[in-house]
Design a protein around this ligand. Structure first.
Ligand SMILES: [Zn+2]
Length: 261
């Protein structure tokens, strides 16, 4: 299995919206303003080529959801490169699966503007059901046009990992010793912050439970990759698993685990 990281944009954010005061005092890198990346992951392995999330779209920056539009306006998100030209630059001209963690514009908007064939696009059932929150995130009429299958296929290597809270159907994916956790964690430091500000969770209690679940996985040595962790860098065509970034990320995760509150 190989894992590649791409960045589709940046969101300038005041980290007091993401982390509790206690966490900001304990981890200096979580204090103040920062630019968080908007990451998309490609897994190449037994299931063929699987993309996890579709990122921003330059042609429709945060999708058509009201919340997406508000995010783009208030946070001045700066999509600088869609995922599609980045994949094509790596000679990837088709995908077997596109798995969406949740229907927020920064994860979903790229689906609309895909330039390469994708055999199957999937998202958690709960996030495809009609609800006010889902409508605010991304209108169902838009989602219908995207041809998304509710739920996830039986695959050999990549398994869905339900991580509700950020949205009801928010789903991560686990493959080998890697878990792609979407927005269940703001960064690896969030493992130490099961009571983050309410801002980015539809159900804060469910989000806390998901964080506890991720702690257990991390303790088993599974490396957690979240969609907006500023310490994750694009791999520029190099496999993450054989790059120096892999061991750096793992030791950072172990450091956070060693000092959990
Ligand atoms: Zn996000």
């Amino acid at each position: 299995m190989q894992v590649f990281i791409y960045n589709t944009g940046a969101i300038p954010i005041d980290q007091s919206k993401l982390y509790s005061k206690k966490t900001r005092e304990k981890y200096p890198e979580t204090a103040g303003k920062t630019n968080i990346p908007n990451l998309v992951f490609l897994v190449v392995g037994e299931d063929g080529k699987t993309l996890i999330d579709a990122g921003f779209s330059i042609r429709n920056p945060m999708g058509d959801g009201l919340r997406g539009k508000a995010l783009a306006y208030f946070y001045k998100a700066t999509p600088y490169k869609e995922i599609w030209p980045q994949l094509m630059a790596q000679r990837i001209s088709s995908l077997d699966y596109l798995l969406i963690t949740h229907p927020h514009g920064d994860h979903l908007a790229g689906v609309e503007t895909r330039d390469i064939p994708v055999s199957q696009i999937c998202m958690g059932k709960e996030d495809l059901s009609p609800s006010l929150a889902n409508w605010l995130n991304y209108p169902l009429r838009m989602i219908k046009g995207l041809n998304i299958t509710p739920g996830f296929p039986k695959t050999k290597e990549i398994q869905p990992l339900p991580l509700p809270g950020h949205t009801p159907g928010h789903t991560g994916f686990i493959a080998g010793n890697i878990a792609f956790v979407g927005d269940a964690l703001e960064s690896i430091v969030s493992l130490d912050d099961p009571n983050p500000p309410k801002k980015f969770a539809e159900d804060i209690k469910a989000k806390a439970k998901s964080i506890i679940k991720l702690r257990e996985l991390a303790k088993q040595g599974v490396l957690l990759l979240s969609a907006h962790d500023p310490s994750l860098a694009p791999t520029q065509g190099q496999d993450l698993l054989t790059s120096p970034q892999y061991s750096a990320l793992l030791s950072r995760q172990e450091k956070v685990l060693a000092q959990l509150s």
